[in-house]
Design a protein around this ligand. Sequence first.
Ligand SMILES: NC(=O)c1ccc[n+]([C@@H]2O[C@H](COP(=O)([O-])OP(=O)(O)OC[C@H]3O[C@@H](n4cnc5c(N)ncnc54)[C@H](OP(=O)(O)O)[C@@H]3O)[C@@H](O)[C@H]2O)c1
Length: 319
Amino acid sequence: MTIDNLKIPTVALGTWAWGDSGETGDGYFGSPLTRADLEEVADKAHAAGFTLWDTAVVYGMGHSESVLGEVLKRYARSDYQLSTKFTPQAAGAGEDPMADMLEQSLARLGTDYVDLYWIHNPADVARWTPHLIPLLKSGKVKHVGVSNHNLSEIELANQILGEAGFGVEAVQNHYSLLYRSSEDAGILDYCRNQGIPFFAYMVLEQGALTGKYSPQNPLPEGTNRAKAYNGMLPQLKALTDRLASIGQSQGAAAPDVATAWAIAKGATPIIGVTKPNYIDGLVRATSMTLTGGDIAELEALADAANVNTRGWWEKEMQV
Ligand SMILES: NC(=O)c1ccc[n+]([C@@H]2O[C@H](COP(=O)([O-])OP(=O)(O)OC[C@H]3O[C@@H](n4cnc5c(N)ncnc54)[C@H](OP(=O)(O)O)[C@@H]3O)[C@@H](O)[C@H]2O)c1
């Protein structure tokens, strides 16, 4: 029952890595990020029409939101959409921890509303979902979604919001060639049938599916993503090689094809953008055509890699 419709882009922009300090090898991602680079990323993204930014309190414990807020100061607030999250595990002890966490996010982001507010994970659906309702009524939150929820949890959240005249307006889960649990569990079908946009995160498996990392050139030493992915890079080579060769035939690169795959499956990918030239990849991804044969072949290669990329914060989607 929100007044303005949520504008769903073809691709959304992820800023988890923006929570890192920017020093090489430091933090979750360990990408060297400078303020000037991030401004260039934002300028390129906006010029190309990508204007939905996804962040969360827990990305660098406020740092991603603060940096994003600073970088976006150069645009009118109506020229971009902000998506951030309530993380139950980081809830404070106040009377309404969700309202408190939102206020802190608004302050860091330098705004008085967010376009899309998510419950980051289903710690307790019956407890936390109702807290969204006053935030929607206040106008500080325009639209709401749930992340990392399984199908029955999405349905429960939708029912709770529905009783107040609202509803789940977006779902955000891990979904990549290597991790298709939301599809297997019927969540993509449910979203399609209900007209709920499905946002796919970690479509590039934090860089492991881009083809630029290999046993010879592993993910940055000492980072969380290195621990998660470096051991499986040899198994991913056949898949990333095929992503690259499909891309080559259309003037595109492996990550563009992985992104185009998610779009072809009906998802809105949220791609972690750490360098200005990655925006060119998003432009290519949105104008590529993958055949049914390409998709089947990529999925078969992904299955043959036989790896499990479930994040440590995620639970199985099958119930
Ligand atoms: N709701 C949740 O629980 C949840 C969980 C995870 C993520 N997310 C959201 O989803 C977003 C995306 O996930 P993610 O950032 O974790 O991982 P991702 O999008 O799978 O991968 C991002 C990494 O891929 C590399 N990359 C991106 N575009 C590239 C290109 N065109 N060419 C070569 N390399 C490229 C970059 O690595 P380098 O920096 O090494 O170049 C970048 O850091 C997050 O930023 C966050 O907003 C949500």
